[in-house]
Design a protein around this ligand. Structure first.
Ligand code: HXC
Length: 512
């Protein structure tokens, strides 16, 4: 027994050390954690249980048979975050660039299946050059099997991807299929085709950071959701994200003790009455949610709409809000995509939705029309129409045109639509509307400017208020700004027993 124990401990010792010691030393010098250290830094202390430590690579071609690829370049297992179970894997760049061969993939799919069967989130720490070139079709098959599971688990368990090194090919497509992607400044890279391949195919030299760094994917492409300064900040933010999410679609959301907002400024003083004046809608959010804590997603992408998580009376909710500070809060191609995806995530995981409306409509112009605002904007209408979680809307100020309809209006079967006294609901703003419908009258007038101003005043009187939609039942109640939080809490409480409508067919065809 003693002899066998000592052999066992020796073998474990070698495997746990991971890639070669030279590389480990270089990583340490560069301030980088190893794959194992990353897992340990993310999970609750001493909760990691590794599985498949003894798995060996199966590749034999191009000299692979002479290499000892420790753990086949990936560490997999389960553990706890905030005392709740999660499954996790971390690729080891020190082992053949974290590249994915057949057994590496088999380890990952096993842990994904475990997460799916047990109903717990799965977190993938990606640090990989993609499909292992030497293993040919076996590597591609491996990624195919991962992608299939990413897809089948979508909406069933939360899937979180962390990019912690240069990631290419399958190591970016799997994250793209998951719910949230975290990237780290100066460390993470995502590209379908790596710079070395680009150079040999196209003869172009490209800087990895400019091709697919954390800034690029957080602010330009929208592939990433969180921009983090370093590895430790990333782990903190993953823990925070998970604190808002259920472990699986059919599990309860994690509730905490209700706490009043810390931010005490009233809505009446945050929202300027003059509809041409901008303000920060995050101040509105902070004034109404528990502890004034708002965990924003995709903060650097399409800032004209703000999305993220918060708590109301201790229960997590998803928030969508037009941001008057950026492009007047208009809906454009990117903000429609961002919002539609967020709404569908919340709907899949039973997170009630609060929508704060203040927008002049869809962003006009040739750029947006040609970029497909019709198709992208349609996704948002589709997502809200399909949502069956409790939905509450508060119209803060402007709610014009298609934007009014799309932003969780009563017509899309929103449970409660409230409006502040400053709300205005109309097909379009007074100036544009009068220039169209009274064009002839204004032109024929002796004093066209006087008539124009008069017509605008008439229009405002008729449409630029919440009483007109409230008189038709499109707004359920006009509320005093000071009672906003209490009204929203009561509405969410009332909607918490809502039974989602059952679908009579397979699935809709969202205009992707
Ligand atoms: C096998 C790989 C590899 C790969 C890297 N390595 N990528 N081995 N297959 N895909 C090995 C290198 O040979 C090297 O081994 C070690 O990992 C470190 O790589 P370096 O190139 O030295 O590191 P670095 O300069 O940091 O560059 C990292 C990189 C680059 C940007 C990831 O290696 C690269 O561009 N790799 C190719 C990426 C790519 O295009 N992959 C697509 C695969 S297709 P040694 O022994 O020298 O230390 C794919 C299909 C899936 O994934 C489906 C997609 C839809």
């Amino acid at each position: 027994m003693l002899e066998k124990m000592s052999t066992f401990l020796d073998r474990v010792g070698v495997l746990v050390k991971g890639g070669c010691s030279d590389m480990l030393a270089t990583r340490k010098k560069n301030g980088l954690l190893s794959a194992r250290e990353r897992i340990e830094a993310l999970l609750d202390r001493d909760t990691f249980n590794e599985i498949d430590l003894f798995v060996e690579q199966s590749g034999r071609d191009f000299g692979l048979d002479k290499l000892k690829l420790v753990g086949d370049g990936v560490i997999t297992g389960f553990g706890k975050i905030n005392d709740r179970s999660v499954c996790i894997y971390a690729q080891d760049f020190m082992v053949q660039g974290g590249s994915l061969g057949r057994m590496h993939a088999a380890k990952i799919t096993k842990i994904m299946d475990m997460a799916s069967d047990m109903g717990v989130p799965v977190i993938g720490i990606n640090d990989s050059g993609g499909a292992r070139i030497q293993e040919g079709v076996d590597s591609l098959a491996g990624y195919g099997e991962i992608f299939l599971r990413n897809t089948l688990n979508s909406g069933k368990i939360p899937q979180i991807s962390v990019i912690m090194g240069p990631c290419a090919g399958g190591a970016v497509y799997s994250p793209a299929l998951t719910d949230f992607v975290f990237m780290v400044e100066n460390l993470s890279r995502m590209f379908v085709t790596g710079p070395k391949v680009i150079e040999s195919v196209l003869g172009e030299k490209v800087a990895p950071e400019a091709l697919g760094g954390a800034k690029v994917h957080n602010s330009i492409t929208g592939n990433a959701h969180y921009y983090c300064k370093n590895e430790y900040e990333t782990f903190d933010r993953i823990r925070t994200l998970l604190s808002y999410l259920p472990s699986a679609w059919d599990k309860d959301v994690p509730k905490t003790a209700p706490l009043p907002p810390k931010y005490t400024q009233g809505l009446a003083s945050i929202i300027p009455e003059d509809t041409r004046k901008a303000y920060d809608v995050k101040d509105v959010i902070r004034a109404i949610v528990d502890s004034s804590e708002f965990f924003e997603s995709q903060e650097l992408f399409a800032g004209n709409v703000v999305v993220g998580f918060a708590r109301m009376n201790g229960s997590p909710i998803g928030i969508v809000a037009n941001q008057p500070n950026v492009k007047a809060g208009c809906l454009d191609v990117d903000s429609s995509d961002k919002t539609a995806r967020f709404v569908r995530f919340c709907d899949a995981f039973g997170l009630p939705l609060l929508t704060l409306v203040d927008l002049p409509g869809y962003l006009p112009g040739m750029d947006q029309e040609h970029a497909g605002i019709i198709r992208h904007g349609a996704k948002l209408i589709f997502a809200y129409s399909e949502a069956s979680v409790p939905t509450v809307t508060l119209i803060l100020r402007k709610a014009y045109g298609g934007g009014y309809i799309a932003m969780s209006s009563k017509h899309l079967k929103t449970d409660f639509v409230f409006a502040l006294p400053t709300a205005e609901v109309a097909v379009m703003g007074p100036e544009s509307a009068c220039n169209i419908i009274f064009a002839k009258e204004i032109k024929a007038a002796e004093d066209p400017e006087k008539v124009r101003v008069q017509k605008i005043e008439e229009y405002k009187e008729k449409f630029s208020n919440p009483y007109n939609p409230a008189s038709k039942g499109y707004v359920d109640a006009i509320i005093h700004p000071e009672e906003t939080r209490s009204k929203l809490i009561q509405a969410f409480e009332m909607a918490s027993t809502k039974t989602p409508m059952q679908k009579s067919h397979k699935h809709g065809c969202i205009p992707l």
